[in-house]
Design a protein around this ligand. Structure first.
Ligand code: GLA
Length: 381
């Protein structure tokens, strides 16, 4: 990837580019908790985005995507929003940097990635973080890493139509090889947990299902949570986010909110606590208990939050049947991957069975990715 990017940059724009990269992410547990002020437990992975970039002194951005084999050129004012969806991420990052008082001048860039698109591995956060980090370095803005993550998040909100939380951009800005990171999304306190489970592997099975309406369904889930939190707040003014609420406080307002919102909130309140219990289990080296919680998360995401689908439920059920330690749908849902914590000796039989049985049932093969927890945004020297 690196040589391809460098060669293309040279061909289009000449010498002297610097190289930056950032990563996609996995999340062990804590799903749809970030925008509710709860905990998440992600890590950056060895799949990401890489970009060659150099100021051009022209006041415009000239960008080339190797994966789309397409160029885009745009200015740096609000009305210059480019047509291509991929270019809008870069444009959004430029604009959000400017809104924070950062300097952004014209630059040339060529980039490529190896995060599978639509698999729930946050290819867009990898793209945003790469450019947020690179622009910060290039124009010496001195913006801190949290604000770089927020630049990516605001790009999603204001230029891509997804009201996402902070998890993905946080993971890709703060990722560290070999460590997962538990983040409190309310206080932004975080802690690295070295994660090298002896005798177990993490494997992702990608259903290769993508749902067109995923972003509007995602925004709808968020609105349900905010509605439930607002109802609870009437009785308990200390509830700023849904994660501040106790289960019994939710019961109190059950009759006042749509049943759907109740179920969504029930899932979130349970999930926030599960992250803490999961981390405790990991610290004790008790992977079996941790894995059981992944199944509980899957159940909640499927039956209460309703962001799973037939293909993901099938993979989850198969994992259970084969005694896989933990398994659940990962990320926003509506397609994408299951994340599985598997004993070494079960790895091959499980992966083989998943591929064969999934293919027989759905007529297309799932993809399998081994997970390596890696570094996030950085400059490549
Ligand atoms: C997507 C969003 C994140 C988070 C997850 C669900 O990945 O970008 O902010 O809400 O879904 O946990």
């Amino acid at each position: 990837m690196k040589t391809k990017i460098q060669a293309k940059f040279k061909e289009l724009y000449g010498d002297g580019a610097r190289l930056f990269a950032s990563a996609g992410r996995v999340n062990l547990i804590g799903e749809h908790t970030d925008y509710n002020g709860g905990y998440v437990f992600p890590g950056a992975i060895d799949k990401g985005i890489m970009a060659a970039i150099k100021p051009n002194g022209l006041g415009v951005v000239r960008a080339f995507s190797i994966d789309y084999n397409e160029a885009s050129e745009f200015g740096l004012n609000e009305e210059d929003k480019p047509a291509q969806a991929w270019a809008r991420y870069i444009f959004g990052v430029c604009r959000e940097t400017q809104k924070r008082g950062g300097k952004v001048e014209g630059f040339d860039t060529v980039f490529a990635g190896d995060v599978p698109l639509g698999a729930g591995l946050s290819s867009s956060a990898a793209l945003e973080s790469t450019f947020a980090f690179a622009i910060n370095e290039l124009f010496k803005n001195g913006i801190d890493k949290f604000e770089l993550a927020k630049i990516g998040q605001s790009t999603e909100h204001n230029y891509c139509g997804v009201k996402c939380g902070i998890m993905d951009q946080f993971a890709s800005c703060f990722g560290k090889a070999g460590s997962l990171i538990r983040l409190n999304c309310k206080t932004l306190e975080y802690k690295y947990f070295p994660f090298e489970p002896k005798g177990y592997k993490l494997v992702l099975i990608d259903s290769c299902v993508k749902h067109e309406l995923a972003s509007s369904a995602y925004n709808k889930r968020r609105a349900s949570c905010e509605n439930a939190a607002a109802a609870i707040r009437k009785n308990h003014p200390e509830v700023e986010f849904l994660s501040d609420a106790k289960r019994i406080w939710l019961e109190e307002v059950r009759a006042d909110i749509p049943e759907e919102d109740f179920l969504r909130a029930e899932y979130v309140i349970g999930e926030v606590q599960r992250v803490l219990d999961f981390c405790d289990a990991l610290e004790r080296g008790d992977y079996e208990t941790a894995g059981e919680m992944m199944y509980q998360t899957h159940f909640g995401m499927s039956k209460l939050y309703e962001v799973s689908c037939e293909e993901l439920d099938f993979l989850n059920k198969l994992a259970r049947k084969m005694d896989v330690t933990g398994s659940r749908v990962m990320g926003g849902g509506f397609g994408g991957c299951t994340i599985n914590l598997v004993k070494d000796e079960l790895y091959k039989p499980f992966v083989d069975a998943a591929v064969a049985q999934f293919t027989a049932k759905f007529g297309h093969a799932p993809k399998v990715y081994d997970v390596v927890i890696s570094d996030g945004a950085r400059e490549l020297k």
